[in-house]
Design a protein around this ligand. Sequence first.
Ligand SMILES: [Mn+2]
Length: 430
Amino acid sequence: MSFRISADAIGSDNARRAAFLEDDYAALKRQVARRGIDLDTIADQVAAFGVALPSWGVGTGGTRFARFAGLGEPRGLDDKLEDCATIQQLTRATPTVSLHFPWDKPSDAAALKAQAADLGLGFDAVNSNTFQDQPGQPVSYKFGSLSHPDKAVRDLAVAHNIDCIRLGQTLGAPALTVWVGDGANFPGQQNFTAAFDRYLDSMAQIYAALPADWSVFIEHKLFEPAFYATVIADWGSSYLAATELGPQAKCLVDLGHHAPNTNIEMIVARLVRFGKLAGFHFNDSKYGDDDLDSGSINPFQLFLIFNELVDAAQRGAPGFAPAYMLDQSHNVTDPIESLMSSAMEVQRRYAQALLIDRAALTDAQTACDALGAHTLLKQAFNTDVSPLLAEVRRRAGGAIDPIAVYRASGYRAEKAKERPPRGGASAGIV
Ligand SMILES: [Mn+2]
């Protein structure tokens, strides 16, 4: 019998904090009421918001240099789901999991779906992996996959992606996310046009295998592992590919996959405008694809992205239904703690964006009142919505303070006993 945090543990910790929370929530409710906002309405919207957990995020990550294993790490898919269920149990903000194949390839997808449902979890977009070779693979992805010059390599990569769609269908997932590391390290190594043509041809075959109610998400990345040129380097290339493929193809924005200081919220607005925003891989970065915890470096950017998303939702932008997923690597923290705090951080910026007075913002923009418009954003961003988030969790049966309950439970120490290390070195970066 594996250890789980009890509902009683959550209940008794919540009981200790309930009076303070009621006080703080009431104060916030009065504060936003002065701005004409009903906090309970915002609470309902926040309660309906969820962000998917990356199955690869519950294990300790690494860098290009090394990986330092954590205690009681998940040893396989069962353990990963158990950790994801614990995160959802405490935060009530992460109802789905995003799987990565073949890392998470189940022997029985239908049984996995039932197992996840028992844990209170569903599945969001599934991810294909053609950026590393699997044991016994007949041809190598060393020089690319979907855009490789050799048709045999492209065929293998296409077949894997179609396999991912079939597995995802059985799991009840809605979409396939495709990221390829294809590119070049040297000028002259690759013909840009030919490589993009081959990519489009491969993606068209994958697209043709999509069920009618599915989407394919194209994830761009500026660089790495290809350090000179990447086939899908930016949102422009992603948009061109998605447009060429058809309406079921959309562009996924991973926050870390841009040059430093890129105006990501503006990219989001552009993609929304043309019905091509697939959704997000949330994380944060200082320099490159750092995969740091969401909002840990640039929380204002995250808020500004949600400003665009709330604006799109409130004006009923056509086809607007983004998928929200975390994509992080936890190298120096307990991954469960990082994922809980990141999910709450994403939720926080969404809640703040809901507090923006949009009518007043439009008036300020129309009047060319630059500081007035900016002040409206800052007023929302500077509002501490912690009591709102805690109350939403409490109402849903979660913990007022998820990290405190998690630490007090001894979950990690229990898992260290249940999950002895299997030995052997594992890969660094994930
Ligand atoms: Mn990503």
